[in-house]
Design a protein around this ligand. Structure first.
Ligand SMILES: O=C(O)C(=O)C[C@]1(C(=O)O)C=C[C@@H](O)C=C1
Length: 363
């Protein structure tokens, strides 16, 4: 045997030993999580098991401690899954998302909660809200804005009629691929299915590579992937989850026009989340229609040096609310400075509702 094979055996023995150590440590961690569940139940019989602020702290700490060679995001993803499995021991978490199966929203749900969460597809954004409000699921995941296409108005509008809270956010890099089935004649693609937003995000690429193919908009990327299965001359634009779900092959990868195309999703639920250390707050404010309204609304943020991360205006759907503003800013409602701003804005507004303070997305 050569030297290399002796080294290989030795290295594999070391890996086996390390795996046994990791196994024991993960089991010990899981037992700890089980004990945490008992403590929570002893304190409150309706205890909430999922703790977004704690999860954010655990992941950030791991990223800060990591010395490589694995990069910090990769390491955090491994711990994400360990924590997901630990939470499932305490209570399997049920999450509704904007379906069907295979959408980017499902990918976002699993990125945030890990693979041990039970994810349930819903046909529409309001159904996700309803399921959470009714207590049929613990949390919901809905898209709220895309870096290329802007805000998802339907999600914002649904907040106006709901008492639901925002418990978290997750940002997903969106990669679109041109997909075909094994029966597709790759040289004869004359029709492409996708969601209108995906067509918009891949327009330049399509104009350059498939200028003559018919572009057929459908309700989701996953639906597009499903349709392609049965048509020999069609392709779909969709993401990895849909490709895997329907067993499709890639003709071209990452065809989005903007290399940092990403979508932000909100985690909605019924709980107020304590401070994690790096938080955001989302509010909806109704202002009277009079000169200087926007200045009056924003001035306290400027004076208290609070960083606004998003401002959207939506038409009010009642007579009293002339303008409705959705505002996201850095900080938690329990921080004195944020509480002071909220009080000032409340005095100037016709109405103000805090949709939630929650940890800034970690992964
Ligand atoms: O610290 C807790 O409250 C736990 O339940 C433990 C734990 C973990 O595995 O670290 C699991 C689930 C929670 O969402 C947060 C953290």
């Amino acid at each position: 045997m050569s030297d290399t094979s002796i080294n290989l055996d030795e290295l594999r023995q070391r890996i086996d030993q390390l795996d046994s150590d990791i196994l024991n440590l993960i089991s010990e961690r899981a037992s700890c999580a089980q004990q945490v569940a008992h403590v929570k139940l002893a304190e409150d019989k309706d205890a909430v098991f999922y703790r977004p602020e704690r999860e954010a702290q655990v992941l950030r700490r791991i990223m800060a401690l990591n010395k490589g060679p694995l990069d910090s995001e990769e390491m955090a993803r491994l711990f994400r899954e360990i924590m997901s499995a630990c939470l499932a021991l305490e209570q399997p978490v049920k999450v509704a998302y904007l379906g069907p199966e295979g959408t980017f929203t499902q990918q976002a749900a699993l990125k945030h909660f890990g693979e041990s969460a039970v994810s349930l597809p819903m046909a529409a954004i309001d159904e996700v809200f309803r399921e959470v409000e009714a207590g049929a699921v613990h949390y919901g995941v809905v898209p709220v804005e895309n870096s290329t296409e802007g805000v998802v108005n339907h999600t914002l509008d649904t907040f106006m009629d709901s008492s639901i809270k925002i418990c978290g956010e997750v940002v997903l890099r969106i990669h679109h691929h041109l997909l075909v089935s094994e029966n597709t004649r790759r040289d004869k693609v004359s029709r492409i299915y996708s969601h209108p937003q995906s067509f918009a995000q891949c327009r330049k690429w399509l104009d350059a590579h498939y200028p003559h193919a018919e572009r057929v908009p459908v309700s989701s990327n996953a639906e597009a992937a499903k349709l392609v299965k049965t048509e020999w001359h069609s392709a779909a634009i969709a993401g990895d989850m849909a490709a895997k779900l329907y067993g499709l092959e890639h003709i071209a990868e990452k065809i989005e026009d903007s290399p940092d195309n990403s979508t932000r999703f909100l985690i909605i639920g019924n709980q107020d989340v304590p401070m994690a250390g790096e938080d955001k707050t989302s509010i909806v404010v109704a202002m009277r229609n009079q000169p200087g309204t926007l200045h009056a609304l924003l001035e306290p943020f400027h004076r208290h040096q609070i960083d606004l991360t998003r401002l959207e205006t939506r038409p009010s759907r009642t007579g009293v609310w002339n303008y409705v503003f959705f505002i996201d800013f850095k900080g938690h409602r329990d921080e004195p400075q944020v509480a002071a701003v909220l009080e000032e804005v409340r005095l100037r507004a016709a109405d103000l509702r805090v949709l939630g303070s929650y940890p800034v997305g970690v992964l």
